[in-house]
Design a protein around this ligand. Structure first.
Ligand code: BTN
Length: 269
């Protein structure tokens, strides 16, 4: 397929909902779409603003890591939200975004991916999408939230350092995915899940669907915390997005995201 550059016009043509992605800013190159989206937030751009870039010079991953963002083949995008949420509830946004990307990928490509709590999507044990949610707080509320999604869409080959842990829709499917349509699909799914989330302000109505996609479910997981770690059986998420882990003594521990990292007992998942 001929290489097609992302444009605001082509993305807008695929936005079917009423707010998410209704304002779009596309860069051919930038430092990080999260950084640019936060700037637009400070300038007063509305909820639903979407920043997309063909290439990120300084793509950000979780915990200060870099996110490999080659030019022209990925979907590197950040969505601006202005929810009235206390900061401790903002981690739920990441889970909602994961559900939206999963659904977008499934409807657009027919591929099933799974969620690795809290912020990765995987296909065949390898990472296909990473999510980084950042917020600006003012007093006790989140002033704005930026949810950054990195989808490995049409990447043919990854650099050595992530080759074992990353995959792309192209590598799995053997053909290119229309990035604009996938962006549109993710935005539509995000709107739907967001509406359900706002009805209760938590994930109680979404957790069953989330848990069906959760790769960690009913598996032994290692919870790595800065001060140490432990192993238990993962039972899925609770209503606030916390991971419920049964410890060897039968006690159920609720793990909130943040500093923790979850691994399978034998590796990444
Ligand atoms: C992770 O898995 O560590 C999170 C990766 C998040 C990457 C996306 S790409 C678009 C947005 N802009 C960034 O700089 N990061 C996020």
């Amino acid at each position: 397929m001929e290489h097609k550059f992302l444009t605001e016009e082509n993305i807008l043509a695929e936005i079917k909902g009423s707010w998410a992605g209704k304002r779009v800013k596309v860069f051919s190159e930038t430092d990080s779409t999260n950084t640019q989206c936060r700037k637009l937030a400070a300038e007063g751009w509305p909820e639903g603003t979407l920043v997309v870039s063909e290439y990120q010079r300084a793509g950000k991953g979780r915990r200060g890591r870099a996110w490999v963002s080659p030019a022209g083949t990925g979907i590197w995008m950040s969505l601006l939200l202005r929810p009235e949420l206390p900061p401790q509830k903002v981690s739920m946004v990441t889970l909602i975004a994961a559900m939206a990307v999963e659904k977008g990928i499934r409807l657009e490509t027919g591929l099933d991916s799974q969620i690795k709590w809290p912020n990765d999507l995987v296909i065949g044990q390898k990472k296909i999408c990473g999510i980084l949610t950042e917020m600006q707080t003012q007093k006790e509320a989140a002033e704005h939230v930026v949810v950054g999604m990195g989808i490995n869409a049409n990447i043919r080959e990854f650099p050595e350092e992530v080759r074992d842990s990353a995959t792309s829709l192209y590598q799995v499917k053997g053909e290119e995915t229309d990035r604009e349509r996938l962006i549109g699909g993710v935005m539509a799914a995000f709107e739907e899940y967001w509406r359900i989330f706002l009805e209760t302000g938590d994930l109680r109505a979404l957790k069953e669907e989330y848990n069906e996609k959760l790769i960690n479910r009913d598996r032994q997981v290692q919870i790595l915390e800065p001060e140490g770690g432990y192993t238990g059986l993962c039972r899925g998420i609770g209503p606030e997005g916390e991971l419920l882990v049964v410890l060897p003594d039968g006690q159920v521990k609720a793990v909130f995201s943040g500093e923790v990292s979850v691994r399978g007992v034998y590796g990444y998942v």
